[in-house]
Design a protein around this ligand. Structure first.
Ligand code: HEM
Length: 440
């Protein structure tokens, strides 16, 4: 009898503590019912990419949607207003990341930045990003490296056999080599800014903070985890974005012509585009923003995680729930982008104040709030410079027999959301020959 009572009590407790039990007393956002045990996991495992499935579900259930993924409550924000609630109004409540085995293993036990829970260590990491790794001075100090890599990219492209239609993928896959120190005299802090690459900076910081209390110090494994985050964020994402931009320009010859005209006018045919030209190239800037609007490499950002029970727009979001922001759906929402929001139209951004730095919730390629990408300035330079130089230096065309509308724009979700099918295009040099040989 006593055993039966204990079992009954355990059962009732388990029921009350389980998501479905608690659900009775929670006012969860609307959402699909899902299947027993797996919830809505089946819908996300289909052929369609998750951001598209979630956008279709949100169209039915609403801009703040609840799903059960296995036994987890999951909440998805799919409109400007709900994204603002998640990333701004309740920023702190959702500033965590879900803990996953993969995140733990790849970040040496949450010692990087991306997967690290919101706490003292993460705050130290973000401070390092702002003051040491991605500060304006640091980003500027790598300008020469970016320019050298750009030269290497166009040289490589020019060296290809012009008769062969070629895939841009191997070319765009190239990424900055480790920046090499360029000796600088002066105070030690100045030496650290000017003379070192990011690996040196991190090793120095690890040494400097060795004696501090553990949460504010950077251990050796932290250095490795930081470098991994930087490589993952810093190489593929920029290359993938450049590839999307060239693909869209090939599909829209009028936009390619407008970009080329601007470059001819502002830069001229006697030299390559330099970073100081970029502020004078509003159309190139618009092409990059429009590419990031239609093809955000992180369409659902990086998942956030509710640190505490929170009421959002009158609905309960329970502590522990992963919270997703569907930046892809928001960037194609008719309410913000009227008339054909799926169409590539750089003109949206000409004379408009919308930027990508997290203040305009209709365009969130880098996220917003506490967890916003800390490197958006660093990322935008090679992307804008890459698009500008590839358009300036080459006349692009599709292989014979391929029409612009035939270029597949299917995406594939991986580390970044990239083209499913590599781009194949012909690039013919259009500047003076000696420019392609120059290394500086
Ligand atoms: C086109 C280029 C890039 C795009 C579109 C991009 C986008 C993003 C997005 C959407 C997030 C998540 C924001 C959120 O969770 O709300 C993020 C986070 C992050 N990105 Fe980037 N990123 C890019 C380039 C870079 C580069 C170049 C680096 C480093 C060198 C970098 C480092 C990071 C880090 C460390 C985080 C995690 C921040 C945190 O969790 O506190 N990203 N990025």
């Amino acid at each position: 009898m006593a055993m039966a009572a204990i079992l009954a009590a355990v059962y009732v407790l388990r029921y009350l503590l389980s998501p479905s039990g608690r659900r009775k007393s929670l006012n969860l956002p609307p959402g699909p019912r899902g299947w027993p045990v797996i919830g809505s996991l089946g819908a996300l495992a289909g052929a369609l990419q998750p951001h598209r499935v979630l956008a279709a579900l949100a169209a039915r259930h609403g801009p703040l949607m609840h799903l059960r993924l296995g036994s987890y409550h999951t909440v998805v924000a799919s409109s400007v207003d709900t994204a603002r609630l998640v990333l701004k109004t309740h920023d702190l409540a959702f500033a965590d990341r879900p803990r996953t085995a993969a995140g733990e293993v790849t970040s040496y036990g949450y010692l990087g930045i991306v997967h690290t829970p919101c706490g003292a260590y993460w705050r130290m990491a973000r401070k390092l990003c702002a003051t040491e790794l991605f500060s304006a001075r640091r980003v500027d100090s790598f300008r020469r490296v970016r320019e050298q890599e750009m030269r290497a990219l166009v040289r490589g492209l020019q060296a290809e056999d012009e008769a062969v239609a070629r895939s841009s993928r191997p070319l765009l896959r190239e990424h900055p080599r480790r920046a090499r120190g360029t000796a600088a005299a002066g105070s030690s802090s100045r030496r650290r800014i000017c003379a070192t690459d990011l690996v040196d900076v991190l090793l120095q910081l690890a040494e400097d903070t060795q004696t501090q209390e553990s949460e504010a110090s950077l251990p050796r494994d932290g250095v490795k985890a930081f470098i991994q985050d930087i490589i993952a964020g810093g190489t593929e994402r920029s290359a993938v974005t450049i590839e999307w931009a060239i693909s869209e320009l090939l599909r829209h010859p009028e936009a390619m012509a407008a970009a080329t005209d601007e470059l001819d006018r502002v830069v001229g045919s006697g030299r390559w585009v330099a970073e100081h030209d970029l502020p004078e190239l509003p159309y190139i800037d618009a092409v990059v923003k429009e590419t990031l609007r239609l093809h955000p490499v992180g369409p659902l950002l990086v998942p956030h995680h509710a640190r505490q029970d929170t009421v959002v727009a009158g609905y309960d979001v329970p502590a522990g729930a992963p919270v997703l922001v569907n930046a892809w759906a928001i960037a194609r929402d008719q309410a913000s982008w009227p008339d054909a929001p799926d169409t590539f139209r750089p003109d949206w951004f000409l004379g408009a104040s919308v930027d990508v730095r997290g203040a305009h919730f209709e365009l969130l390629p880098f996220g917003s709030g506490r967890r916003i990408c800390p490197a958006y300035d660093l990322a935008m330079k090679p992307v804008a410079g890459g698009v500008a130089n590839l358009v300036h230096g080459f006349a692009w065309r599709l292989p014979d027999g391929v029409a612009p509308e035939d270029v597949s724009m299917e995406d594939h979700v991986g580390l970044s959301t990239r083209r499913k099918v590599p781009l194949v295009a012909v690039a013919e040099p259009r500047l003076l020959a000696h420019l392609y040989a120059a290394t500086e």
